[in-house]
Design a protein around this ligand. Sequence first.
Ligand SMILES: *Cc1c(COP(=O)(O)O)cnc(C)c1O
Length: 344
Amino acid sequence: MALVEMDWPNIGFQYRETPVRFVSEYKDGKWDEGRMSTDPNVVINESAGVIQYAQTCFEGLKAYRTEKGDIVCFRPDLNAARIAESARRLCIPVFPEDRFVEAVKAVIKANADYVPPYGSGATLYVRPVLFATSPVLGVKPAVNYEFRIFVSPVGPYFKGGAKPVSLMVSDFDRAAPHGTGHVKAGLNYAMSLYAIEHAHELGFNENMYLDAATRTYVEETGGANFLFVTKDGTVVTPKSSTILPSITRRSLVYVASEILGMKAEEREIPFTEVKEFAECGLCGTAAVISPVGKITYDGGVIEFPSGMEKMGPVLQKLYDTLTGIQMGRIPGPEGWVVKVVENA
Ligand SMILES: *Cc1c(COP(=O)(O)O)cnc(C)c1O
């Protein structure tokens, strides 16, 4: 076993097949014990619940090598809890949370040669997914399901520093209707593709979505939560029951208030307040924080004082602290960094 050779800084964010994935099947009312598989393909019936009625949800987390040379992942227990919530909302049987964490660790370990080296900026992206495999025709939950965890090495989100992005306030809603905005599921992403393509055509990197009911409050972007900094240095993040509860956002708010001694608030943010903020960023597993330089809306353009060249100072401090904890350079709260392989 030896680390595979790749041009780590340039591999990009795309699916790359690795040797092993975890597969468990739900049959006769229970999840089987699961197994490692070398087969990357899934063969299911043409009328499977996932194909007909999008009965599926997923998670995303990263494994990486720390400065000391361990292979670790970050707060997988929160991914376990969140996919359990998503599954319940989609009438998919919950995969037990403790078994989820064990399976995530086992898959990473089995693909250890694909965990990029420390300092390369690249990581091993871990994708757990639950989906309905048995046929349905009338609208109802399927009977059989599959839980699968595969991994793919991915390159650094930003090469040569995080460049601020430009957003537009979208006329579309982010998520599918029926209040599924807090669910991490393909159906919400499918509903956002048209809006993202539209934003790209107009020259923007991403959308800012407002709440679907009143178009008054800030929600999130396609796949990341917002974090703002007020002019007096308070970290503010939207409170909403229709956004995805980002693990990165929750970790950053904790870092701000409990480690850096800053003021941090989770509250409703009317869009009219956004022009008052000093800094704006998007947070999620992929980039940790992606700075936002400006936001265009039908009344004009909001340009944040931090500008289009670099991340603002407060977000930079949060970014450095959280990535420092993740990489083992700074001690973090108990249970955040989970060891998978010691001294790999
Ligand atoms: C996954 C996801 C996020 C980010 O969550 P993290 O746990 O921080 O990766 C934000 N919004 C949406 C819609 C997501 O699917």
